[in-house]
Ligand binder design. Structure first.
Ligand code: UT7
Length: 323
């Protein structure tokens, strides 16, 4: 279908960053009662990256942002807006977005964090898109960055094998044309907050807390919600699944990704899969996977790309982007 010319947020650059230390399943199997075989069969995960001393959500976010700015051909001082999605900020406040602003050397701009756990990047992208289209900013850095390793219970085999750390960033530029973010759709249902949560917080226990998850229930909701929101966002953009060049899904579990693609009749060779390398990096997972597929040449200018994620809350969302 024809997309009308309008002011849109175009992705001008993508970047990512991973901690130095890579941990494979065998290393975890030496610490908790698990096996490489179980993890690969149930999740598709083979390795994850774990932040070490001096590596934080904001340092990883800054490294990813530098690469995205370089690809976009922009200097830090040209950025008007920074939206950083994270559930694992460096501090309760100030926001990690303002830490990134300072580390990059961006001058006066708008900077804030959004918190929608694994759906955070889709929420951040949607907010930045709206602000660019409304004329509040002409350029934006949208970042997903996490250090979930710091909120895992390393004695709980049902969760500690599933997550990793990392960051991904995109530069958005407001342009008149047919490229850019075509549509976004966001959802939340707070009735399911006990299925995926952290058992602490500043206003309750005064501690950071550890991640807890009822994996099987989350799995069941994920497949339904993700298939629904993908169908919804394509409908809003006036597109069909046949027109999609690439799906960049949240990387929680290869089985969730396969089941969602099958529900929509999308062939798996159009789905970007990085969960094997990165595990679940929450808000970082979609921009990390996007960066992999842009850098290896799969995603090209003009491609129709759909992004989707689902996480704690529950929250879920999707975006359709003409690259
Ligand atoms: O990012 C936000 C969204 N998060 C997700 O989307 C995660 C969604 N959930 C999942 O990905 C999957 O449910 C899991 C990977 C978490 C679990 O896979 P499952 O196939 O649903 O397994 P299960 O929870 O039903 O557990 C099966 C068995 C259990 O043993 P019993 O009760 O059958 O004897 C578990 O105790 O596997 C056992 N188990 C493990 N065994 C070896 C659980 N974790 C492990 C482990 N190693 N690490």
């Amino acid at each position: 279908m024809t997309i009308e010319v309008a002011r849109r947020a175009v992705i001008g650059g993508v970047g990512s960053a991973l901690p130095k230390r890579r941990v494979d399943n065998a290393e975890l199997a030496a610490q908790v009662d698990t096996t490489d075989e179980w993890i690969v069969e149930r999740t598709g995960i083979r390795t994850r990256y774990i932040a070490g001393d001096g590596e934080t959500t904001a340092t990883l976010a800054t490294e990813a942002s530098r690469k995205a700015l370089e690809q976009a051909g922009l200097e830090p001082g040209e950025i008007d807006l920074i939206v950083l999605a994270t559930a694992t900020p460096d501090q309760t406040f100030p926001s990690s977005a303002t830490r990134v602003q300072a580390m990059l050397g961006v001058g006066d701009c708008i900077a804030f964090d959004v918190h929608a756990v694994c759906t955070g990047f889709l929420y951040a992208l949607s907010v930045a898109d709206a602000m660019l289209r409304a004329g509040n900013a002409d350029t934006a850095l949208v970042i997903g960055a996490e250090t979930f390793s710091r909120i895992l219970d390393w004695e709980d085999r049902t969760t500690c094998v599933l997550f990793g750390d990392g960051a991904g960033a995109v530069v958005l530029k407001a342009e008149e044309g047919t490229r850019g973010i075509l549509a976004t759709r966001l959802h939340a249902d707070g009735r399911h907050s006990d299925m995926l949560y952290v058992d602490g917080g500043p206003s309750t226990t005064g501690t950071v807390g550890k991640l807890r998850m009822k994996g099987r229930e989350v799995f069941r909701h994920a497949v339904v919600n993700l298939a629904d929101v993908l169908t919804e966002v394509l409908g809003v953009a006036g597109l069909t699944a046949d027109e999609v060049d690439w799906v960049v899904p949240h990387q929680a579990n290869a089985r969730i990704i396969d089941a969602t693609a099958r529900k929509l009749g999308l062939s798996s060779d159009r789905v970007v899969l990085t969960v094997d390398q990165h595990a679940n990096t929450s808000a970082a997972s979609v921009p990390l996977a996007l960066d992999v597929a842009v850098k290896d040449g799969r995603i090209k200018q003009g491609d129709l790309v759909v992004l989707e994620a689902m996480g704690g809350g529950f929250t879920w969302g999707a975006a359709a982007v003409r690259f």
